[in-house]
Design a binder for this molecule. Structure first.
Ligand code: CTP
Length: 407
């Protein structure tokens, strides 16, 4: 296993047009402080040169099973076990078939058969090759043996056909590698956005419209996401809570500022909107509004605020893959929350009853129901931190299961 502090990846580069993308992957892995050693297959060497890999990885490239020099310096068995993760990228149909059957006719397959470290595979091939029963059976065999997969994605391929078979994006492969290196951090490599707290909508320089949200639940979720390895941006309205460690906190005041800050945090994989955003604002007076004894109290003309959750949930290239809203209700909780999920277009809604008697608004506990397209799941009354950890565990499980993106 790796050499102490520096975590190390053994990259097996198969043949295929997508092989050139491994150069960018190596650069990104090195930026993350990872050591990258590469085994280049003969087919892979037709698409990328050992020279480019060596230049980017800063390591000698291994390709020959029978190289006397390589064997004397680092035997193939040692090579297969001296990394924290073996990554096969791109994995061709041929390589998957040889892995599944246990063939070991070259250095790449020998290393894969001899390794005792986790293996992550990023397949890339023609759509018919990927969907062929033989390939699918090999994939199922490898999955059953604990091999992890990232991709393939759907789209137009070099061969001009369209469908599943395209190598996953470099970002997705990188994220999968980071997770593979830290199984206790299931959200490593994922970006998350959390909104929290109330918003303040100024009436004049000294007065504002606000609500009773403490921000506690949102901060707890942001901290649980960060603990699970996510790169978190917390966009917070005014609260008395300190900036949590290990994340980027953006302080805002109004709903419109909150929306701007959220837009800046895109793209991200997960958005959790816990903020109690004021639904309205007023055009604020530039000077303090004075009372005049004989005049009627000033009327406030309320103007609508943007709906941040609904805006983020609109379909488009920057829509986060999983969007979670909160529904704070005081009556007909499940009915209101279910329609709210549909109206706002988010994926999940966490519903809670915030009637004054419950002590939830401003309190340390929460009792929620998680609602998704499939139905409702009621959770017991828990500490807000426990709710956060349970929600983050659900998020991690959801993201580990492949969900096809709409074309
Ligand atoms: N939300 C938002 N932007 C708004 C209003 C709400 O992002 N302008 C989000 C909240 O962060 C929460 C969800 O929408 O995730 C539901 O908020 P809630 O206050 O319960 O719903 P409203 O849209 O305000 O609906 P209503 O007041 O009618 O219950």
């Amino acid at each position: 296993m790796g050499d102490g502090a520096t975590r190390s990846v053994l990259l097996v580069v198969g043949g295929g047009i997508a092989a050139y993308k491994t150069l960018e992957l190596i650069r990104r892995l090195r930026e993350h402080g990872l050591r990258v050693r590469t085994v280049l297959t003969d087919a892979g060497a037709r698409f990328v040169t050992p020279m480019s890999i060596q230049a980017l990885s800063g390591e000698r490239v291994f390709s020959d099973l029978f190289s006397l020099t390589d064997e004397s310096e680092m035997g193939h068995i040692a090579l297969s076990r001296s990394s924290n993760l073996v990554v096969v990228c791109p994995a061709t149909a041929d390589l998957l078939a040889r892995m599944a059957t246990g063939l070991a006719g070259d250095l790449a397959t020998t290393v894969l058969l001899a390794t005792d470290t986790p293996v992550l595979v990023a397949p890339a091939m023609n759509v018919r090759m990927w969907t062929h029963a033989a390939t699918q059976a090999n994939v199922a065999t490898l999955r059953a043996r604990g091999v992890a997969f990232v991709g393939p994605e759907s789209g137009l391929m070099a061969c001009n056909e369209s469908g599943p078979g395209r190598l996953a994006e470099t970002d997705a492969i990188l994220a999968a590698i980071l997770r593979g290196l830290s199984p206790d951090r299931p959200l490593a490599g994922r970006r998350a956005l959390v909104t929290a707290g109330p918003t303040h909508e100024p009436i004049d320089p000294v007065r504002y419209i606000a609500n009773r949200s403490s921000g506690m639940q949102g901060y707890a979720i942001a901290e649980a996401l960060a603990a699970a390895g996510a790169d978190v941006t917390l966009v917070s309205g005014p609260t008395t809570l300190p900036d949590p460690a290990g994340m980027h906190t953006v302080r805002v005041e109004t709903a419109r500022d909150m929306l701007d800050a959220c837009r800046h945090a895109l793209p991200c994989d997960i958005a959790v909107c816990t903020a109690a955003v004021a639904d309205w604002h007023v055009a604020p007076a530039t000077q303090k509004i004075k009372k005049t004894a004989d005049a009627a109290p000033p009327a406030l003309q309320l103007l609508p605020n943007p709906d941040i959750l609904a805006t983020l949930s609109q379909p488009g290239p920057t829509r986060p893959g999983l969007i979670i809203g909160f529904a704070a209700e005081t009556e007909h909780v499940l009915a209101h929350a279910t329609t709210k999920r549909e109206r706002k277009g988010c994926d999940w809604i966490v519903a809670n009853d915030v009637s004054p008697g419950t002590g939830i608004m401003g309190g340390t506990e929460n009792e929620v129901t998680l609602i998704d397209a499939a139905g409702c799941e009621h959770w017991p009354r828990l500490d807000k931190t426990q709710v956060a950890h349970r929600l983050v565990a659900r998020i991690a499980t959801f993201l580990q299961t492949p969900h096809p993106k709409p074309e």
